[in-house]
Design a protein around this ligand. Sequence first.
Ligand SMILES: *Cc1c(COP(=O)(O)O)cnc(C)c1O
Length: 359
Amino acid sequence: MMSLNRLAPDQLPRPDFASIPRYSAGADAEVDLSDNTNQWGTPPAAAAVLREGLDVSRYPDMYGDSLKRTIAKMAGFGPECVVTGNGSDDVLDCVIRAFASPGDTIAHPDPTFVMLPVFARINGITPVPVPLAADFSMDADALLATNARIIYLCSPNNPTASPTSVDTIRRIIDNARGLVLLDEAYVEFTGLQGFLAEAPGLERVIVCRTLSKAYGLAGLRVGYAAASAEIVEIIEKSRGPFKLNRLAERAAVEALTTDTDWVAARVREAVASRDRLASELVAMSLPPLPSAANFLLVPTPKAFVLAKSLRDEGIAIRPFRDLPGIGDAFRITAGPWPVMERALAALRAALRTAPRDAT
Ligand SMILES: *Cc1c(COP(=O)(O)O)cnc(C)c1O
């Protein structure tokens, strides 16, 4: 801010950037349960790619063709129906930029993925938050009533972990005025198919997925989406070439093909660990919201105090301030049980020492 004062008016950034936050998270903790990554680590075949010593003196595929072919084969449509990106963050950003003009609106459940309204605003689009229904699923009627240019859906939703029924999602798809952008970052933990395979045939729907959560590749930044070939072509204009690097693409293909059994086993463990963690939290009078993902959201006025205490023990969880309809809460990722026991011990200790009415 200080240095901006020294800039001449013609040198200033966009005025609307003043109120846009720069993302900050606590990834430097010894145990990071703050962002829902795979706590079992990198899948083995993908890890082997990283050790291979790949020649990176040449540019990667412009649009990630081998990853597109892998996903297309998996889902049963053509590679022209897949767009890749530098994380699904990149894909979401590119979709918004390509399909909404400055001044347009994008409706989203509230709370939802914190980056979504940020991506809207950096592209000059107005985010329209729509409260979740009483059961924490997405409110179809209220989302449709916004008449927004794009409706963003997230199921299971982050940070609530709550799923929305297939029927509700379908009703939104069938009745939306504009595009529907469905974020399936946690679909692997639901045991359901999701909408990926259907997306190209649904015309107005873009289904977004990531290799950062179940697939254990958050550090490589790989995301993708499926849609009709026409929509994909437009998103790729907005995305530009070379966003997916050579190493990331190779590792992602291995993770999606050779590592499938490893990933499936870790997903089962994450779900079992999550359910066990949920019962322990209930026993501590910290009941979480029902979860269909690899994390839990725990409403408590002590969220920030607890997050601070755990941080002092080298464990990062994610506190949230005043979530609509929920209040203060913390989000915690499910991982191997010994790690959960360590987090639970730290939570119990923090509850004993936290001031009774601390917020
Ligand atoms: C983590 C997450 C993403 C981002 O994934 P990247 O591929 O790492 O960019 C997208 N959407 C939701 C809902 C997430 O929780």
